[in-house]
Ligand binder design. Structure first.
Ligand code: HEM
Length: 134
């Protein structure tokens, strides 16, 4: 099982690209250096789409940006790929979440074919704390 999941490098990149482009808006709590009652706000969705980090096509869904020359997933610094944060508040379920996403996606893509119910309809986002498809 672990070995099979390890082989799914492109899927890993595609799921990561979803997290990059669709990360939520997140309010963080004081971590020591701010005054009591204050908080810091990290706008992940903006960071995930910054051209200074990700280049001119930052708004484009392109999993290949996270694949290296050998076809392996390219690990980015967590200060650049911020979906799971880093340091003291790093997501404790990061590996678990990644594994679950991979298993579900692999099973769904193996047994189902996905297509839009209304092909001519334009797809837009519904901006919420997480990014929904409208
Ligand atoms: C794609 C799925 C997930 C994403 C994008 C995600 C993202 C994050 C982020 C950004 C934080 C830091 C929050 C902060 O700055 O205060 C965090 C914290 C945390 N996450 Fe996740 N998470 C995911 C799934 C999970 C899962 C499945 C678990 C548990 C099985 C989990 C457990 C935790 C815990 C316990 C913390 C708090 C860590 C701490 O403050 O010490 N997460 N997560």
């Amino acid at each position: 099982m672990e070995e099979s999941l390890e082989k799914l490098q492109y899927l890993h990149a595609a799921l990561s690209e979803i997290l990059r482009i669709g990360s939520p808006l997140l309010v963080r709590h004081p971590v020591g250096w701010v005054q009591r009652g204050q908080g810091d706000l990290v706008v992940y969705i903006a960071m995930g789409r910054m051209e200074s980090f990700w280049g001119d096509d930052a708004q484009v869904f392109r999993p290949e940006r996270l694949i290296d020359e050998e076809g392996m997933y390219r690990h980015e610094s967590p200060f650049k790929f911020t979906a799971f944060q880093t340091g003291q508040r790093i997501c404790m379920g990061k590996q678990f979440a990644r594994k679950q996403m991979k298993i579900f996606a692999a099973v769904l893509l193996r047994y189902f074919r996905f297509e839009l119910s209304e092909k001519s309809k334009e797809i837009n986002y519904r901006t919420m704390i997480t990014l929904h498809i409208n």
